[in-house]
Design a protein around this ligand. Structure first.
Ligand code: PEP
Length: 249
């Protein structure tokens, strides 16, 4: 089973009309053989889902969801809503959710569990900030994020989770982790998964790299043995760039 995947995170960009044009242009330019995920604003989930369903290998992700099934949580969307709409993936724990909306790994762990309960596959984002990297504590910090948010899951649940390692200092900054830095962290995380769930689960877990992935650096990053593809922000908004990144995987 291939671990390869490329996911785009459009963040709070594109109107519904722009989003439809972007998805169509990407599908025209790209010829994927592995899952490609469009992480789109909530208002576009259904329209991009309609487009993705027409093309092989394209899927849609929400960029967030609430940890409860329903209730008085104005402005939120829930896992049952996503599941009923046929949305297969949800991005959880993105560093922007952590930074601007105070999400921590306890909360993200609840969201992961609720997504799984409703058959939605979480793309769990983790990653250290620059000061942590500067003192060489990145493995401890990112390892702890996984332990808190994910390692209460049983092996069957965990096997449905995609990990996205996104060093915060590389997101939207133009600074990319070197292929060696990405590989070192991915290998470390796969080792932790091995310790907790055994080698079969570890070997099958998709671990994406995110942080200023572009056509110019995608091949070098994706050729590392434990880097299974990318979670792409800025470059996922340009059809030709995203298609080139898809080609690199
Ligand atoms: C992201 O938003 O997950 C991301 C990696 O952004 P960028 O590619 O723009 O750094």
């Amino acid at each position: 089973m291939s671990r390869k995947m490329v996911a785009g995170n459009w963040k709070m960009n594109t109107t519904p009309a722009e989003g439809r044009a972007l998805a169509q242009a990407i599908i025209e330019h790209a010829n994927p053989t592995v899952p490609i995920i469009f992480g789109v604003p909530a208002i576009q989930l259904l329209s991009i889902q309609d487009i993705a369903l027409e093309a092989a290998h394209f899927h849609v992700a929400a960029q967030n969801m609430h940890e409860q099934d329903s209730g008085a949580y104005t402005g939120e969307i829930s896992a049952p809503m996503l599941a009923d709409a046929g949305i297969e993936y949800v991005i959880l724990g993105h560093s922007e959710r952590r930074e601007y909306y105070g999400e921590n790994d306890e909360l993200i762990g609840k969201k992961v569990l609720n997504a799984l309960k409703h058959g939605i596959k979480p793309i769990y984002c983790c990653g250290e900030k620059l000061p942590v990297r500067e003192i060489g504590q990145q493995e401890e910090v990112v390892g702890q994020q996984l332990k808190t948010a994910l390692f209460e899951l049983d092996a069957d649940q965990f096997s449905k989770v995609t990990i996205a390692y996104e060093p915060v200092w590389a997101i939207g900054t133009g600074k990319t982790a070197s292929p060696e830095q990405a590989q070192a962290m991915h290998a470390y995380l796969r080792g932790l998964i091995n310790e907790n769930y055994g080698s079969k689960v570890a070997d099958q877990t998709t671990i994406l790299y995110g942080g200023s992935v572009k056509p110019v650096n995608a091949s070098d990053l994706f050729s590392q043995p434990d880097v299974d593809g990318g979670l792409v922000g800025g470059a996922s908004l340009k059809a030709e760039d995203f298609a080139a990144i898809i080609a690199a995987v």
